[in-house]
Every structure is written in structure tokens, then in C-alpha cells.
Design a binder for this molecule. Structure first.
Ligand code: GUN
Length: 285
């Protein structure tokens, strides 16, 4: 078997084209959606992510302001900026790029963002709403994974879904979303004994482990749907994911590549969450 590709680039393009009418409708109501992005420090990967987010906003007519702080910035400086952005009616969404430098308490920073502007879905009110099955803002990466599965027509009800990784950004919300769609969900992590016994049972396998090519062909069930959330730059400069793509594509039925899989969908969901925020404020949503 050779798996078909879950082409995140093509799916993202189609979804973003559909956003144009929402931007126009907001414009007709006198609203230009706005996203504020905060970057602290000079982590090269974070700089690339923030640049891509800002460019994607501008391409569809969302105003995007970037606020950059030095790596040794005092947390109070960043918190003050968030306070000002909370009060700014031109700003509909606020995103703090993670990870923050070690001297920050990340969760404290995320809680200061007004829950109605929390387009990352990391504020406890939004986390709680998702866990109760009444989602408001859903974190962008798991929302993007679900949108990919839906676009490909993958049935989730009654299926065995395995999520590798238990982070607040991906693993935990992914498990909630799959559960809400009636999959039977197992969450695996770095302390899971015999990971492969779990992954081999998965009809749908979502890997967000943060370890290059850790899922190999012998770890997946023939015909499984495999979604790779990881992204790593190898020594030779090539990007790869948490899944050994070349090996696994001979066993899976559907598989997402890296790059060109989950990444473009994540940014698309950020645009969608920002439009949701603007529409809610304008009472258009
Ligand atoms: N760092 C890695 N992923 C994310 C994300 O989805 N949002 C933010 N703010 N930072 C991240």
C-alpha cells in the first residue's frame, strides 16, 4: 500500500480563500480584524513562526501588529503590553508566541490575555470550555488537524485514535476534540510503557511528541491515518517530522507530510480564530 497524502497546503489554500467573504462582511460593518502577536527573545524558530503568522494575516486583510521584546525583558513589561492590547478595540486577537524565556511564568502570561481575545485557546476559560464540550477558542494546531481529517472525509466515530504527546498546545486539546467526535482516545507520552503496542492499535494516529522520526513503519497499523505534528530541521538542513514518512507511507492509507501538512493548517486556524473573535465582537458571528 502507498498512502495518499494529507496535503495541508492545498487544504489551507482552499480554507483561506473562503475567508475572503468573512473579511468583506466585517469590512461592510466597519470592522478590520486585528491580531497582535507578541514575541519575546530571539529564538530563530519562533521568529520564523511569527513572521509566517503576520504575513498570512496580511494576505487575507487581517491587520497584524508585532510586538518584540528582548530576551531579558521584565515580565511586567510584557504584561503591561497585554493589558493595553486587551483594552484596544482595534485588536480582536492576542497571541504570545511560546516558548517564553525561562524567567517567565508562561501560564501567568496566558491568563492575562482577555479570554475573548485568546485566539490561541490557551486561557483557562477556553481550556475549560473545550473540556466541557462547549468550545469557544480551540488551539490552532489540534483544530487544524481535525479540519484536515474532516476535509479528507476520515470517519472518527467509534474509531481507535491514539495521540502521542500530552502538551497543553497539542496533545491534550487534540484528545478532547477526538473524544467529542466519538473516537476512543488513548493519550501516550514520554513515560508510556511500550508505545508501539498502543500506536499499532490506532485507526487514527496523531503524533506530537517532539522527537524526529520516532514513529516508524513497524509501529503503525496497516491502513491507518497518520498525522504528523512535529517539525525538525535535520543536520543536513532538511525538515522532517516526528514520523518516518518514507517508511510509514508504505503502511498507512493517509499520511501528512512535513513540511506541507499540519503547519499551513495551524496558521489557517489562527486566521479563522481571529475572524471568529472579530465577528463575535461585531455580533456577526
Ligand atoms: N509555539 C508553538 N506552537 C505554538 C502555538 O500554537 N501558539 C503559540 N502562541 N506559540 C506556539
Amino acid at each position: 500500500m502507498t498512502a495518499a497524502r494529507l496535503d495541508g497546503t492545498a487544504m489551507a489554500r482552499e480554507l483561506r480563500a473562503g475567508f475572503a467573504s468573512r473579511v468583506e462582511r466585517l469590512a461592510a460593518a466597519g470592522v478590520r480584524p486585528g491580531l497582535a502577536v507578541i514575541l519575546v527573545g530571539d529564538d530563530p524558530a519562533s521568529q520564523v513562526y511569527v513572521r509566517n503568522k503576520v504575513q498570512a494575516c496580511e494576505a487575507i486583510g487581517i491587520r497584524s501588529d508585532r510586538f518584540v521584546f528582548a530576551a531579558d525583558a521584565a515580565p511586567a513589561e510584557v504584561l503591561d503590553r497585554i493589558g493595553a492590547l486587551n483594552a484596544d478595540p482595534q485588536v480582536h486577537g492576542i497571541l504570545v508566541q511560546l516558548p517564553l524565556p525561562k524567567h517567565f511564568d508562561e501560564q501567568q502570561v496566558l491568563e492575562v490575555i482577555g479570554a475573548e481575545k485568546d485566539v490561541d485557546g490557551f486561557h483557562r476559560d477556553n481550556v475549560g470550555a473545550l473540556s466541557q464540550g462547549r468550545p469557544r477558542f480551540v488551539p490552532c494546531t489540534p483544530r487544524g488537524v481535525l479540519a484536515m481529517l474532516d476535509a479528507a472525509g476520515v470517519e472518527l466515530r467509534g474509531k481507535e485514535a491514539v495521540v502521542v504527546g500530552r502538551s497543553n498546545i497539542v496533545g491534550k486539546p487534540m484528545a478532547q476534540l477526538l473524544t467529542a467526535r466519538d473516537a476512543t482516545v488513548t493519550v501516550c507520552h514520554s513515560r508510556t510503557a511500550d508505545l508501539a503496542t498502543h500506536t499499532r492499535r490506532a485507526d487514527v494516529l496523531v503524533v506530537a511528541a517532539g522527537r524526529p522520526r520516532m514513529v516508524t513503519a513497524d509501529m503503525i497499523k496497516p491502513g491507518a491515518v497518520v498525522v504528523d505534528v512535529g517539525i525538525h530541521r535535520g543536520a543536513e538542513g532538511r525538515l522532517c517530522g516526528d514520523v518516518d514518512y518514507d517508511g510509514c507511507r508504505t503502511v498507512a492509507s493517509l499520511i501528512s507530510p512535513v513540511p506541507g501538512g499540519v503547519g499551513p493548517m495551524t496558521i489557517t486556524m489562527l486566521l479563522g480564530n481571529t475572524l471568529d473573535a472579530a465577528e463575535r465582537r461585531a455580533a456577526l458571528g
